[in-house]
Structure formats: C-alpha cells, structure tokens
Unconditional design. Structure first.
Lengths: 572, 376
C-alpha cells in the first residue's frame, strides 16, 4: 500500500517531465540548456569559487578593501550623475517629439536606435575625434587662437558623462516620448483652466502620469551606465575606474585574479538586482500606459514655441550627429604626423588611412593587414547569428507556450543578460584556457561568447512574436494531419519570419560591436574590428589615429546596415 | 538544418514575410560575397597554427615591438619559417595573457618581458629553458635568469632629457639630481608620464623608489606635485607636446624620456645639426635601466623553430637593427651601434638598479600609492 503511494506520488512529480519527453519538448531544451550550462555556468562557477576564496581566505593582495569601496562608490556616482543628465536632456526632447510636428520627424525617430546599437569603441573613437588633443574642437580653439595647448576634454568625468548621455538619451526619448503621446492632453489643460500655472500643471498632473515610464527609462539608463566598459576605459583614462573597468585592470594588468573575481561577484549581484528592478518598472510602465494615442502633435505656432523647439532639436541633433560625423571626417583629413615622423604635417584631405588598412606593415599594430579584422568580425558575427538562432528559436518556441517546467528554466537562460561582458570573458578565460576544455585557441570561442550576450535579446524578440500566433491555426494544421515540425514550418515560421530576421540582425550587430568579453578572450592572431580600433586608439601618432577613425567609420556603416534591417522588419 | 528551414520558408510562405526574407537572403549573399573577397586576398592566406607540416612561428610581443622588414624577411627566406608577430597590448597585458593561457599557449615565443616583470614571468613558469649558443657573447650583467628561461635581447635607460638652448638662454643652471627638481627655480619645468599607463613613466617611478626608498618616494612625489610637475598619459604626449626640446616646442624644458632620445634628435634633425638640442641628466639614480627578454613558451609544439627565432634575435643582424627600430641598445657585445648613439647617448654613470623580485612584489602597491598621491 504505502509503496504504491510513494510510486504514485513519484509519478505525479515526474509527469511534467515525462510529458515533455513525449512531445519532444525536452529535445528542444537540450541544445540551449546544455550550451548555457557549459559556456556560462561553468565559467560563472569558476569565478564564484575564486571570488569566495579571495573573500574568505586568500585575500586581495595590493587591492585593499578601501579600493573596493572607492571603485563601487565611483561606479554608482557616475551612473547616478549620467542618468540624471540623460533624463534632463531627454525629457524636453520627449516632449517636443510627442507634442509637435516638424520636418524630418520620422527620419529622426528612426535614427534613435543608432546610438543604442553603436559599438562602444566607435562611440569612444567618435568622442576622441571630437574632443581629443587633435580633435575638431581643439583644432578649432587653436585655429581661433583661443588656446595654445590642447584643452584636456578627454580623460575626465565630463567625457564619460557626455558619452553616456549620447548613448542613452534615445531610451528616454523612446519610452517617455511614447508615453507622453498617449497622455490625455485634456488633463493638464483642465488643470490650467482651474488656475494652475504651466509649471504647476506639469508637476502635479503630467509628471505623475509620466512617472512610471520615466522611472522605467531611468532604471534602464542606470543599468547601462552602471555596466559601461569601453567608454570608461577609453574616454575616462587611468584616473577613473568603475567595477567593470577594474575587473579588467585587476585581471589583465595587475594580474590579481582573486580581486577580479571578487569584483565580478559584486558586479553580478548588483546588475541582477538592477535587471529585476528595471523589468518590474518596465512592466508597471506598460500597464500604466493607455493603449489609445492622442493625435495632438501640431506645428509650433508662436515665435517662442518655434524657438524652443528649434533649440531642443538642435541640441539633440548636435548630440547625435557630431560624434557620428566627426570620426568620418577624421578618417579623411590628416591633422598630425605619423609616429616617428619628424617633419611638419601636410594637413588636408587624404585617403591614406583607408589605403593603409590594406597594407601589412611589420612595424604597425598588426602582423596582418588591418582590413583582415573586418573579415574576422564578419565571420564571427555570422557564426554568432547562426548559433544564437539555433539556440534562440527552440528556446523561444518553448517559452512562447510555457509549461511549469519551462517557466522554471527561463530565468537561467536569461541570466547572461544580467552578467557583464567582462565578467563573462574572465570566466571563460579561467575555464577554457586549460584542459579538459582548452578552447581558447578554437575559432569558435568568440562566437560562443557573443551568442551568450545575444541570446537573451534573441529570445526576448522572438517570444512575443511566436506567442502572438493564434493557436487555432496550429490546431487546424494538426487536425489536417501535419506533424509538429510541419506545423512549425507551415504556420509558425512564415508568421514569425520577420521576428527571426530582426533577431538575426540584432545578434549580428551585437557581435560586430562586442568589446568587453572579446578583449579578454580574443586570440591575438584573430583580432576583431573593435579590438583593432582600441589598439589603434591606444597607440600614438597620426597614422594609428587615422586608421582607428577609418576602421570606426567602417564598423559604424556595418552596424547601421544591421540596424536598417531591424527597423525595416519592425516597421512593415 | 536551419538554413533548410529558412529556404523552405522562403519558398512556401505566402504571407507577409516573403519580401523581407528575400531581401535578407540577398543581404546574406552579399555578406558572404564580401567575406569571400576578403578571404581571397592572397596576403591573408596562412597556414593554421599547430598542424604537422607547420612552418609558422607565432611570436607574442608588446605593442612597441618593431623590426626592419628587410631583416625579418631575410630570416623568413633563409629558414622557410613564417613569423606571425602577435602584438598583444602593453608588456604587462601581453605577459598576463601568456600566463593565463599557459596550459594552452597562444604562441611559441614571448618577447618583451622586461626586468620589472621578469620575476612574475619566471614564478609562473611560462618559459622553457634554452641555452642558446648566442648567450656566449652576452655580458652576464644582463643575464638575470641563471636558468636561461628568459634571455636578454636589449637594454636601455629611462632618463630625464633637458632642452640645452632653453637653459642657456635663461642662464639657469641645469638641475643635477632628483632633489634639484623640487627646487622653486624649476617650478613647472618637468613633464613626466603616468606610471599607470606608460612604461617610461613607471621606470621613473622606480628611479624615485630606488633613490628615496619605499617609504620616502611618496613625499618626493608630493613635493614634485607642489612644484607643478606636468603628467601626460604617454611618452609621445610628454615628449612631442609638452617638451620644449622636441618638434612640438611645448612649455616644459625637462622631460622623462630615454637616454637615446638626444641621439634620435641628431639623426632625424632637419636641417642637419652639428650639436644636439637635448641631453640627459646624469645624476645619482636619475636614469633607470630596463632590460627586455625573450623566451620560448613552455609546451610549444614548435620548439626547433622557436630556438631558431631566439638565435635570430640574438644574432648581429637583428641586434644591430634594435637601436633605430626600438631605441634600445643591443645586449650582444659585438653588435655595432650607430655613431650618433655612441656620441649622444652616453651610458649613465650612476643608474638606478632595482632587483626584479622587489619590483614584482611591490608593483601594485607602489602604483596605488602613486595614484592616491597624484590623482586623488
């Protein structure tokens, strides 16, 4: 009797598992689950072990508890400051986009996504060419006789903040702007009618209504500022160090792996909390937003209105376009001598920096032609795209119609999203640089790392598209005798094709620009474009500078192409 | 499997996706075409690492490695070995990558570890010993590793250069010692590099550690700061932008640079000069000696090729190429050095020399102290 009870209870527990075996769900799970387990959780465990060891026994060497506090403090400080500034710049922009009509509005709106997907090294190169010692602003200042020495804009807190504002203003514009469009304009008008001045109407009526989306945007901006790596490494210079940068410095420069692991643990813990907060706030914002749009956008009427709209748009345009145009200009104009060149500079238009990309100079940064890095990047991005789809499609199919077991698995699949790229790279380096899994020399390690970064984005993009397919269609096909595979092929795939394409382009773009993990695990003979750009940027002389700008321009064009695919598929 | 599904979907889909999928396929084809074109470039053909018939040698170095193409080509042609120079960041990053991957080495040879990193490299056992016959013509003062795991290739001195004309025009005495530099008459005259980002900057920090001791150097830097020392991120900025004696004609007549810099100023002077525009201070510990090493990475499958390359680096053709390419002196006694180096880059009489073990043990501590003092 009793034994039977146990058996029945056991069967009950195992039933979901057995069912999922029967209809092939487990089969679909195997690939993504095994992949994430091997390439994410084993490295994570290695970091956990070493970090715990550092905290409990081994100690941190020269890296003191005091330095940890400094680093954590500065990470929060710059993230808070960046977020406040981003909101301050983005809020007027969101208002103008929600309430006014002006020329090129559609085009500008489409361009919002560009900074979001632009690789950090490209953005850093952009600001370098704008504000660096030989940047356009300094050249202008010297040309006008206003400064004898280049003004040190770079390697300052200001440079970090500016780059973060550039990066994340589009998030505020997108999230708050769309909430503002759906906000009933009669409500603030009613407040005005009842005697409130415009500021009071904004503060007491509009702002509370916008608050959910504003908080969601701010949380997302904060998350990105908190985990920012390339911007702080390149534009901040040696005096500034956040958690993410310090992990890299401790691991590869100071060679203090215990300290790096401990910092990684701090970083993972904090970002996880931030991810949870941010997604809660996003859900709340979604729930609070009305589904109806109010078509209240109109042309600015009075001179004062026209003036304010023009000012806001000019600030936004300068913020968006200057860092994008300036590296292109720098890649075509010679402004300083090459390294070792001791003659005066022949300033002017030149294609030399692009031609140099095809020359293999034994003295230059690489043993091969720099343009080969473009081939490497394209190969890695293509492989990443294929891997991310091969894992993301089965996972999305399961998660779009989740059972109890699937819901349990989902957070584990999406955890890489909450892990910083540098931590991911460090963990992979720790585990895969020695037997039994000495994959460090394998050309596949890079696309594997990039796939882990891209996978959560792929799943997030595909899941809603697949979930939105009416179950009736699928049932009808099944009733008519189609196998599950055939149902997917004939029903799901044609409908979800756009989403698949968009996810593919996303994975491709993420891989093209990935820098944090890449810089740690890249094989020296197989550098990608971001690694090459960083290397060129950190070496002196006009030739290296010009080549960095030429490569940044190429990478920017590739990313814009990927973004165009994403936007096209999303639009139509 | 997936591409199959992809194309089946392309053929059968009668719904919205068709055009988009067609466009994407076009894009993918274009992409593969570009990749194909780039791959077909004859220069990019190379044999993969680690195969049986391999004649390729991977040499990991820091970013400032340089060699005349003719010298390297001659080696490649006479031996049939193709040399891949893998520049892997500054000397510290290159070494740390080699340590982290020592069980699955990324290269066969590592060049560029200097005496400040030597102990870390030896402690981590990344090198195999190699008793090269070429060692016989290298003085023992450079051979810091008795087991010959790390073999010296070149050495040089980081010194303080001064602008001769600047001081004579003002009838100001040239400073003689490190102590002089904090005197008020030299206020705002010295440009140094950040030791956290620059290897000459770190060498100068070690000069001050040697001279004032591990407990005294912080106070010296405080006085330097009070005397308005200019800090640049890298050597090029300090030398070409801040220093008045170089082409940039900057504001500071004193700069932390190399003992060979005055020789370079003579060799590349345009128009040619009869006397050097700059010289190095030669006081107690004003110069710091750097020695750079090469070693065969443990576990390389290409040991024989690696030995040939190490011998080549210690051979006259490479050794005599070093001064003009990397601004260092060859360790080989018989190697000829350009005349300008003999004349204008004299060997310092009282250089700072610090034991490698000492440097490895305290590197991070000293850098942190420096950072806290100078970049609060």
């Amino acid at each position: 009797m009793e034994r039977d009870d146990v058996a029945v209870a056991g069967m009950e527990i195992l039933r979901p598992l057995r069912n999922s075996f029967r209809d092939g769900r487990t089969l679909l799970w195997i690939l993504p689950a095994a992949f994430v387990a091997v390439f994410f959780y084993i490295p994570l465990a290695a970091i956990l072990r070493m970090g715990a060891d550092a905290a409990l026994r081994a100690g941190l060497g020269a890296f003191s508890a005091h330095s940890i506090l400094n680093v954590v403090g500065f990470t929060f400080f710059q993230a808070i400051l960046s977020t406040l500034l981003t909101v301050a710049v983005g809020l007027p922009g969101a208002y103008v986009f929600a309430r006014y009509k002006f020329p090129f509005k559609r085009l500008l709106r489409a361009l919002w996504i560009v900074p979001f997907i632009l690789p950090t090294v490209v953005v850093a190169a952009g600001f370098e060419s704008l504000l660096g010692p030989n940047g356009w602003v300094n050249l202008a200042l010297r040309g006008a006789g206003l400064a004898a020495q280049p003004f040190p804009f770079l390697h300052s807190l200001g440079a970090i903040l500016l780059a973060h504002v550039f990066y994340n203003t589009s998030i505020v514009l997108r999230l708050v702007g769309s909430a503002w469009e759906r906000l009933d304009p009669n409500l603030p008008d009613a407040a005005r009618m009842l005697g409130a001045n415009p500021w009071r109407a904004f503060r007491r009526v509009t702002l509370p209504l916008l608050m959910p989306s504003l908080l969601a945007a701010a949380a997302l901006v904060f998350l990105f500022d908190f985990t920012s790596f390339g911007v702080i490494l390149i534009l901040g210079g040696p005096a500034f160090s956040t958690l993410e940068v310090e992990i890299y410095i401790q691991a590869l420069q100071a060679f203090n792996l215990p300290a790096a692991s401990l910092l990684s643990l701090l970083q993972i813990g904090t970002t996880l909390i931030l991810v949870v907060i941010s997604s809660r706030l996003s859900e709340r914002a979604e729930a609070a937003t009305l589904r109806v749009g109010f078509r209240t956008a109109r042309k600015p009427r009075s001179a004062a209105e026209r003036f304010s709209v023009a000012v806001v748009l000019s600030v936004l345009a300068a913020l968006f376009f200057l860092p994008l145009i300036s590296p292109i200009a720098s890649s075509l104009v010679r402004t300083e001598p090459a390294r070792g060149e001791r003659t005066a500079v022949q300033a002017g238009f030149t294609l030399a920096y692009y031609q140099e990309l095809f020359v293999n100079r034994k003295q230059s940064a690489f043993f091969a032609t720099p343009i080969e890095t473009a081939r490497n990047s394209l190969l890695v991005a293509t492989a990443t795209m294929l891997i991310a789809l091969a894992l993301g499609i089965p996972a999305s199919i399961l998660l779009s119609r989740p059972r109890r077991l699937d819901r349990l698995v989902e957070p584990f699949l999406l955890l890489p999203l909450g892990t910083s790229a540098v931590t991911l790279g460090l963990g992979m380096l720790l585990v895969f640089s020695r037997p039994p899994l000495a994959l460090i020399r394998s050309p596949l390690l890079l696309p594997i790392a990039h796939s882990l970064v891209a996978l959560p984005f792929v799943v997030r993009g595909l899941k809603p598209a697949l979930a939105g397919i009416p179950a009736r269609l699928r049932q009808a096909a099944a009733t008519l005798g189609a196998s599950p595979l055939r149902v997917w092929r004939e029903v799901d795939f044609p409908i979800a094709a756009r989403a698949v394409l968009s996810a593919a382009a996303f994975a491709f773009a993420i891989s093209l620009g990935e820098f944090g993990a890449t810089t740690i695990i890249v094989r020296p003979e197989f550098p990608t474009m971001p690694v090459a750009i960083y290397s060129f940027l950190s070496q002196p002389g006009g030739l290296n500078y010009g080549q960095a700008m030429a490569m940044a321009t190429l990478l920017m064009l590739l990313c814009v192409a990927a973004v165009t695919v994403i936007e096209r598929t999303r639009e139509s | 499997m997936h591409s199959y599904a992809f194309f089946r979907g392309f053929v059968r889909a009668r719904r919205a996706g068709v055009k988009t999928v067609a466009r994407a396929t076009g894009l993918l084809v274009l992409l593969l075409f570009i990749v194909g074109c780039l791959t077909l470039n004859p220069q990019t053909k190379r044999t993969p690492l680690n195969t049986q018939t391999n004649r390729t040698l991977a040499v990991m170095t820091h970013d400032s490695f340089a060699v005349s193409e003719s010298v390297l080509n001659a080696f490649e042609q006479s031996t049939g070995i193709q040399v891949d120079v893998l520049k892997s960041g500054d000397a510290g990053v290159a070494l740390n990558k080699a340590i982290l991957t020592k069980q699955a080495p990324l290269a066969d040879v590592l060049y560029g570890v200097d005496n400040t990193f030597l102990t870390r490299a030896l402690q981590e056992n990344i090198y195999e010993p190699y008793n090269s016959p070429a060692l016989a013509s290298i003085p023992s003062e450079y051979r810091l590793d008795p087991q010959n795991r790390a073999l010296p290739v070149d050495y040089g001195y980081v010194c303080i250069n001064y602008d001769i004309a600047w001081f004579s025009a003002r009838s100001l005495a040239v400073p003689q010692t490190l102590e002089d530099l904090v005197h008020p008459e030299y206020k705002g005259l010295l440009a140094v590099e950040n030791p956290m980002t620059s290897s000459p900057g770190f060498a100068f920090l070690l000069s001050t550690v040697t001279h004032f001791g591990p407990n005294g150097f912080v106070d010296y830097w405080k006085s330097l700061k009070a005397n308005q020392v200019a800090i640049a991120d890298g050597w090029e900025t300090a030398y070409y932008t801040d220093f008045s004696g170089a082409s940039g004609k900057g504001p500071q007549p004193l700069v932390v640079s190399y003992s060979t810099s005055p020789a370079y100023e003579m060799i590349y002077a345009d128009p040619p000069r009869s006397d050097p525009p700059t010289a190095s201070l030669d006081g107690p510990d004003t110069c710091f000696r750097q020695i750079e090493f090469v070693g065969i990475l443990a576990g390389t499958p290409n040991r024989a090729l690696a030995e040939k390359f190490v011998d080549f680096m210690l051979d006259s053709s490479f050794q005599e190429d070093i001064p003009l390419q990397m601004g260092m002196f060859p360790v080989k006694t018989q190697a000829k050095v350009p005349e300008a180096f003999v004349q204008y880059a004299p060997i310092p009489s009282r250089p700072a020399i610090l034991a490698p073990e000492e440097i490895t043990a305290h590197r991070e501590e000293w850098l942190n102290l420096w950072k806290e003092t100078m970049l609060p």
